[in-house]
Ligand binder design. Structure first.
Ligand SMILES: Nc1ncnc2c1ncn2[C@@H]1O[C@H](COP(=O)(O)OP(=O)(O)OP(=O)(O)O)[C@@H](O)[C@H]1O
Length: 578
């Protein structure tokens, strides 16, 4: 592509940014530069109205409301495909969540139903419930990272469903790939999910007593809690949960379980003197395991056994042996227990939110889908998470290219049982694929994929294990036996696994990739049946500073979101409108 054109695009974006023009049309996409400061009236109700009543919203300044209004009018026009989707993409901190929230507010305002759902004024309006899903999902699914104080650690697709009068009648939410490892591990200078800080900072004296959270107590899984963020506001989360139908007693139950996880994180093991014995508990952590057991309503002996002892069934007689776990295994089990509880809790919350905003399909005739998806990622070390994210980006880019430029790209991913075999299978499956290579100079097993946005080297170590995401059956068993009503609901005893640890361990493993691929394919089917609109969020500088535009950083993002590539493929190039 011509260097001149790239420079022209950059110059244009920079000039506009300098005079507070954050949105620019680039052909079929809207480029959204993050202002990193509040901009007066940029999202006011008056401005929403202006775009809503405009004769031709596209003639007004480029804005996300112009995209939103155009999308809404497409639905009203009833021209096939009636259903619409807005794909909001960009790297961490670029402004996807902010943009999605503003789009939801726009639709909650312009597509507000004239009467309350079910004709009952006391029932919370659907628009409010849809908006209330944001603080709840953000409290449980967002965290402060090096790149963004309020980073979404999951992908989200929300479908706003409209009735035949084009009023918002219901909605549904689908989430992808929650970064559950964060519960038990936070990178230096990063934090755990916001909700943990909200409960430790915002609980009342009475709740502190009940949840066993004394003021100023230290938790290993709660780093950097001295940093106070706007996102630490517990009351907002609680109110939103309440409006979504999660009553105070269930909330109490949730927070108690979360406190149990914090105590679990403080449990430390030490090697036993006699190796045939289970690991010992470090002296200063004995109280933590007891409190964790109390809060999770699991007898402490059972909890300790599930963390320290593996059950093996062997021989013709199917004899059951018990083998003490090593210290590292105990720690992995402790972390796994926390992750599995948190992931199930998040899944359950999404289910509750969906129930609260659900509408019978006979009540809606069209929809507008908003996809807030993590952008292309390339770190010094990349693993399964990046592979999944970049695979999703490949799919979306393919969709973008196919939709506008009718070109094709392919990138494949398989699963296997161990690192070497996996490497061999990848190489075999893709032997004729020029997009695959390997860093032969690295001692670590790896493979490189040439994505549309650049090459990424993936480390194979632990990838296969991460993909299987194994949960020791003893942990499932102990959770199924918990007396806590919420945990009981999250881990029901099914007929298949009742009292049968062996069956659980042999149960078909649904890998992370196969699950992710399945939901992605489902999503792509939906997107393919809609008219797509693209909003490409760009982070003008990595330091999140206002009024700072770094050309190289913007350029690499334009490349990563495919705008530069799209212009390259398109001989004509995209028009840029001011
Ligand atoms: N339009 C905007 N106006 C003012 N500030 C903004 C705007 N968009 C984003 N920001 C600022 O940038 C921060 C990061 O934005 P946001 O959380 O939406 O990023 P993101 O792309 O969703 O990141 P992640 O992928 O990590 O979740 C916000 O917390 C906010 O401070």
């Amino acid at each position: 592509m011509s260097v001149k054109l790239v420079l022209r695009i950059l110059k244009c974006l920079q000039a506009r940014y300098a005079v507070n023009l954050f949105y620019t049309n680039a052909g079929c996409s809207l480029v959204a530069l993050n202002p990193f400061q509040p901009v007066a009236c940029l999202y006011s109700p008056e401005l929403m109205r202006e775009y809503h009543v405009a004769l031709c919203p596209q003639d007004l300044k480029p804005h996300i409301f112009a995209v939103a209004e155009q999308t809404y009018r497409n639905v009203q026009s009833q021209i096939e495909p009636v259903n619409q989707s807005i794909i909001v993409s960009g790297e961490s901190g670029a402004g996807k969540t902010w943009t999605s929230r503003c789009l939801m507010k726009f639709y909650a305002s312009v597509a507000a139903s004239l009467i309350s759902p079910k004709g009952n004024e006391t029932v919370e309006r659907i628009e409010k419930r849809v908006l209330d899903s944001n603080p709840v999902m953000e409290a449980f699914g967002n965290a402060c990272t090096l790149r963004n104080n309020n980073s979404s650690r999951f992908g989200k697709y929300i479908q706003l469903q409209l009735d035949r009068f084009h009023h918002l009648s219901s909605a549904s939410i689908q989430t992808f790939l929650l970064e559950k490892t964060r519960v038990a591990y936070q990178a230096p200078n990063e934090r755990n999910f916001h909700i943990f800080y909200q409960i430790t900072k915002g609980a009342t004296a009475e709740e502190r007593l009940e949840w066993n959270l004394p003021e100023g107590a230290d938790y290993r899984w709660l780093p950097n809690s001295e940093r106070n963020l706007d996102e630490d506001c517990f009351e907002v989360t609680r109110d939103a949960m309440f409006h979504l139908g999660i009553d105070r007693s269930t909330q109490n139950n949730i927070f108690k379980v979360l406190s149990g996880l914090l105590h679990l994180g403080n449990v430390q093991f030490s090697n036993p003197v006699d190796e045939s014995q289970p690991c010992e508990l470090e002296d200063n952590t004995k109280d933590f395991v007891k409190t964790a057991g109390d809060l999770l309503q699991i007898p402490v002996e059972e909890l300790l056994e599930s963390l320290r002892i593996r059950t093996i069934t062997a021989g013709k007689q199917q004899q059951v042996f018990k083998k003490p776990c090593s210290r590292a295994e105990c720690e992995t089990r402790r972390d796994c227990l926390a992750k599995v509880i948190y992931a199930k809790l998040f899944e359950w919350l999404v289910l509750v939110i969906n129930e609260s905003i659900y509408g019978d399909p006979s009540g809606w005739t069209s929809f507008i889908g908003l996809l807030d998806v993590y952008g292309f990622e390339a770190f010094p070390e990349n693993n399964l998470e990046q592979l999944c994210i970049n695979y999703a980006n490949e799919k979306l880019q393919q969709h973008f290219v196919a939709h506008y430029l009718k070109a094709q790209q392919e990138c494949r991913l398989n699963r296997s049982s161990n690192t070497d075999l996996f490497q061999t299978r990848i190489e075999k499956a893709l032997s004729n694929n020029q997009c695959l290579s390997r860093n032969k100079f690295s001692k670590k097993p790896n493979f490189i994929i040439s994505h549309y946005a650049g090459k990424v080297c993936y480390q194979l170590a632990a990838m296969v294990e991460k993909n299987k995401d194994p949960i020791p059956p003893e942990l499932v068993h102990v959770l199924q036996n918990s007396k806590d009503p919420l945990i009981h609901k999250l881990f029901p005893v099914t007929e298949r696994n009742q009292n049968n640890i062996k069956t659980q361990s042999r149960a078909a493993v649904v890998t992370v990739v196969s699950k992710f691929k399945g939901s992605l394919e489902h999503l792509m089917q939906i997107l393919n049946s809609t008219t797509p609109h693209y909003i490409r969020c760009i982070k003008p500088n990595a330091d999140c500073k206002a009024m700072t535009f770094k050309k190289e950083e913007v350029l690499s993002q334009l490349q990563a979101c495919g705008i530069v590539e799209a212009i390259t493929i398109s001989a004509a190039g995209f028009p840029i409108s001011f």
